[in-house]
Design a binder for this molecule. Structure first.
Ligand code: IMP
Ligand code: MG
Length: 177
């Protein structure tokens, strides 16, 4: 099997949308400081681009989690592979994710972060596949709602490849001749 990638969202479309979300977040958090939490590795490209467009003071931290389950289906039970460096207690926390699919990973993660008593806790995702939702997740900022297709680029991978694509592409699997 090999794969072909077709463009779903161009680099320009993604950039323009991130600019818009950055403006919206800057307005919503006026007079406050935002503590951005990036969920590695998928969220890293989006968080960097978003952070550059936020005009209120920003601090950042990173977290790596692994999900128990197969590659294409998350169980929702997550293990912290790398925890945050700093406490989030009393902070206005914005979690930045690449994609919300079933919602299992995010709902588990958000509950865990809530226990650490941030002043506020919101979620910003570049992509959302609403048709796939199994667990309800409160998403405050969404880049794009997309159909139920497996996508790569802008941090998202297929078998660890394609994270570096500057656009969002759909993966098509092909039989080799
Ligand atoms: P959830 O718990 O089902 O919402 O899983 C979310 C995670 O699954 C994301 O953070 C991604 O790592 C991965 N994922 C879901 N859909 C895709 C996709 O279309 N491409 C790449 N990764 C995906
Ligand atoms: Mg992810």
């Amino acid at each position: 099997m090999s794969e072909k990638i077709s463009v779903l969202l161009s680099e320009e479309e993604v950039d323009q949308r991130i600019q818009k979300i950055g403006e919206l977040i800057s307005k919503d958090y006026e007079g406050k400081e935002i503590h951005l939490i990036c969920v590695l590795k998928g969220g890293v490209f989006f968080m960097c681009e978003l952070a550059k467009r936020i005009t209120v003071p920003v601090s950042m931290d990173f977290m790596a989690i692994s999900s128990y389950g197969s590659d294409t289906k998350s169980s929702g039970v997550i293990k912290i592979v790398k925890d945050l460096d700093d406490s989030i207690t009393g902070k206005d926390v914005l979690v930045v994710e690449d994609i919300v699919d079933s919602g299992r990973t995010l709902s588990y993660l958000l509950e865990m972060l809530k226990d650490r008593k941030p002043n506020s806790l919101r979620l910003c995702t570049l992509l959302d596949k609403p048709d796939r939702r199994v667990v309800d997740v409160d998403v405050h900022y969404t880049g794009f709602k997309i159909p139920d297709e497996f996508v790569v680029g802008y941090g998202l991978d297929y078998a660890q490849k394609y994270r570096n694509l500057p656009y969002i592409g759909i993966v098509h699997l092909e039989e080799n001749e």
